[in-house]
Design a protein around this ligand. Structure first.
Ligand code: SAH
Length: 460
């Protein structure tokens, strides 16, 4: 039978796709149904059909799966942020483990992948240290803040995202009151008029320091002292700033930050290392899991104090400085010059003298240093963005023959592709760990240890 848009179907959810959507069959026709989990029997309405599969919208759960849980957030379905909130946390971890294993086997061509550990959170809520709330108006013209509904730019009012810090709500309400009382208008995307675009909040989990930065479509914030008055007495408030972004695009932050009260940065710790975080700095959003992830990377690096380590894609030097505590010398490479400035400052503030940083593409810097200066490495750590490593980098890594390679990845598909290349000859996968940095969401971090002349666990 041919299905068409708006047809109602009943189906069992048998599988889950990479983005957390349920997959089932109606009369042999595969349908993707968001907000469902394996084991659900549901009624769904067909929204879009293609030749071999289609998309349907969940209308009613007829028989819930034993793994289905009541979402804690009332906006879980509308908001695009938490794709897995309907699934028990235990099963979320299993989903992520299987996703990594599946990619390593299917794309990487490895067999018998054994995931040593899945590092979950004890409390998989309120883990984010950073939140960016868009500001706009509702149908009645009232100023609101919240989240974009999945794949759109319409704002669902919600000041208490359960992934963020509890204090966010108080801050957001203070900002909204300031705006209403002083006729400060929110930015309006289609016309490009109005002022306040986003409210950025960052929170140092270990230090308790708070930062509020209003992203504005202008050069000044009217009656800014009244905003400061509302914010400065919130316990932990350390930094109130605004950021200028007059561009008509989807990038949240502009380049310029102007201080209004306190410092222009906050501090936080990962392990013993202190990091300075400004509104523009990249910093991992889940500090509790970051510490566990870096702990795993450090364990896999197997340092004794004698090693030369290269940390490629080093950002603000977070992993580099963590490793420097146990290595002889660490070299970090990162493409963003401002991040390297932060990395150098972070090294200095922590009295770390055995870390050096270079600006540039990892795939340019490492091959050049190797060909021209003959640099060597006992351990190489890579933590690339989703697209993975460049071939020029992988081939130089192989030429350098480090004892160990530690690959930290936020995308297990490109990880699998790169590992296939690295393991073609002398290297083998020794250990794999999965760390859940984003509970309730579908993303997952993986750490892999590769050793030279070892292929104990796997072969191609
Ligand atoms: N290891 C860091 C950052 C990882 S995110 C941490 O844990 O905090 C990946 C980083 O790679 C980003 O900082 C990004 O700016 C950087 N990057 C992207 N492409 C790059 C390239 N070709 N060469 C070097 N760095 C790159």
């Amino acid at each position: 039978m041919e299905f068409k848009k708006n047809d109602m179907v009943t189906l069992y959810i048998e599988d889950m796709g990479h983005d957390g959507e349920g997959i089932g069959k109606a009369e042999g026709y595969t349908l993707f149904v968001k907000d469902t989990v394996i084991g659900d029997k549901v009624e769904a309405k067909i929204m879009k059909t293609k030749k071999n599969y289609g998309y349907a919208r969940l209308m009613k759960v007829l028989e819930p799966s034993k793994d289905r849980v009541e979402p804690r957030c009332p906006d879980a379905r509308a908001c695009g942020g938490c794709q897995l909130q309907f699934l028990s946390y235990e099963k979320q971890l299993e989903f992520k483990k299987n996703k990594v294993k599946g990619n390593l086997e299917r794309i990487g061509g490895f067999e018998n992948i054994c995931i040593e550990q899945v590092i979950g959170m004890e409390t998989p809520w309120r883990y984010r240290n950073k939140a960016q709330f868009p500001v706009g108006k509702n149908k009645d013209g009232e100023i609101i803040t919240g989240f974009y509904a999945g794949r759109t730019h319409s704002i669902i009012p919600n000041t208490d995202c359960l992934l963020g810090a509890e204090v966010n709500q108080k801050i957001l309400e203070a900002v909204l009151t300031y705006m209403k009382e002083n006729q400060v208008e929110p930015y309006e995307e289609t016309s490009g008029t109005g002022l306040v675009r986003h409210i950025l909040i960052r929170c140092g989990f270990k230090t308790g320091e708070l930062m509020v930065c209003l992203v504005i479509n202008g050069d000044a914030l009217p009656k800014a002292d009244r905003l400061v008055d509302r914010l400065k007495d919130i316990p932990g408030m350390t930094s109130v700033t605004f950021n200028i972004n007059k561009k008509k695009n989807n990038v949240i932050l502009g380049d310029k930050v102007v201080g209004l009260w306190g410092q222009n940065y906050i501090s936080d710790f990962i392990g013993e290392v202190e990091y300075r975080i400004s509104p523009l700095s990249f910093y991992q959003v889940n500090p509790v899991q970051t510490e566990k992830l870096y702990g795993k990377a450090l364990e896999y690096a197997g340092l004794t104090g004698q090693e030369t380590v290269w940390d490629l894609y080093c950002g603000i030097g977070t992993i580099s400085l963590f490793l420097a505590q146990k290595a002889k010398q660490v070299y970090g490479v990162e493409i963003v010059p401002a991040a390297i400035e932060d990395a150098k400052q972070n090294a200095e503030r922590n009295g770390i003298k055995n870390a050096e940083f270079y600006v540039g593409k990892a795939e340019d810097v490492l091959p050049r240093k190797y060909e021209e200066e003959g640099v060597s490495a006992d351990v190489i750590v890579v933590d690339p963005p989703r697209k993975g490593c460049d071939e020029a980098l992988l081939s130089t890594m192989l030429k350098m023959k480090p004892k160990r390679i530690v690959y930290v990845s936020c995308d297990s598909a490109t990880l699998a592709r790169d590992l296939k290349r690295l393991c073609a000859e002398e290297y083998g996968i020794e250990k794999v760990a999965v760390c859940d940095m984003f509970p309730q969401g579908v993303h997952v971090e993986t750490v892999v240890l590769l050793c030279r002349h070892r292929s104990r666990l796997t072969r191609i």
